[in-house]
Design a protein around this ligand. Structure first.
Ligand SMILES: Cc1cc2nc3c(=O)[nH]c(=O)nc-3n(C[C@H](O)[C@H](O)[C@H](O)COP(=O)(O)O)c2cc1C
Length: 180
């Protein structure tokens, strides 16, 4: 199991975004488990254009595809924008197809209602891409888990939920690797 590679995908790219704080917290919990190689995958690093608006030769497009192909599973750090996921995440998802197929994912979301509506939208998208999204879903509140809506201070109760989500993600990532 320890050879599984899990990408923690930051779903937002805007200046001043909160997703790096959440991603680092997830990685800190995940690394203590010793059951996989976890890494932060920041969409912003790839400088992806809008799908189809260029000739597709930007190096970030190839690098994004190769990164996804190298991973066995994903933790999506999802933030709610107008009751859905960010445009940046949807665009990045649309750039790949086979690279997503027959892999597993967990979702950690945040927003005024824990990002629940965005997470449910993402589940529909993942189904189309043959990504098996696990049930346990830590939801973080902008009101109670972020001081002044900016500094991430998660309530203790999220720790058990995070590990329960990762238990399911690792089980399914391992199982689906045999299918691929
Ligand atoms: C364009 C936009 C739309 C938003 N819409 C919602 C929303 O529908 N529901 C919600 O709970 N929060 C909404 N928010 C608040 C975001 O969830 C919050 O700003 C969060 O920190 C965004 O994630 P980020 O900091 O990683 O970019 C919205 C924020 C933006 C920028």
């Amino acid at each position: 199991m320890a050879d599984l590679k899990i990408g923690i995908i930051l779903g937002s790219t805007r200046q001043g975004r909160l997703s790096p704080q959440v991603g680092e917290w997830v990685k800190g919990i995940a690394d203590k488990r010793g059951d996989a190689q976890y890494e932060i995958v920041d969409i912003a690093d790839y400088k992806l254009p809008f799908l189809g608006e260029t000739d597709g030769t930007e190096p970030g497009i190839k690098a994004w595809s190769e990164k996804l192909a190298s991973l066995d599973g994903f933790v999506f750090i999802v933030q709610e924008y107008n009751h859905s996921i960010t445009g940046a995440l949807k665009n990045a998802i649309d750039f790949a197809r086979e690279e997503w197929n027959n892999k597993a994912a967990g979702i950690v979301s945040y927003g005024s209602t824990g990002g629940a509506r965005a997470a449910e939208h993402l589940r529909g998208i993942l189904g189309e891409l043959l990504v098996a999204d696990v049930r346990v879903h830590p939801t973080l509140s902008l009101f109670t888990d972020f001081e002044n809506f900016t500094t991430f201070k998660p309530a203790d109760l999220h720790l058990d939920n995070m590990n329960a989500m990762l238990d399911q993600l690792i089980a399914w990532s391992g199982a689906l690797k045999t299918l691929r």
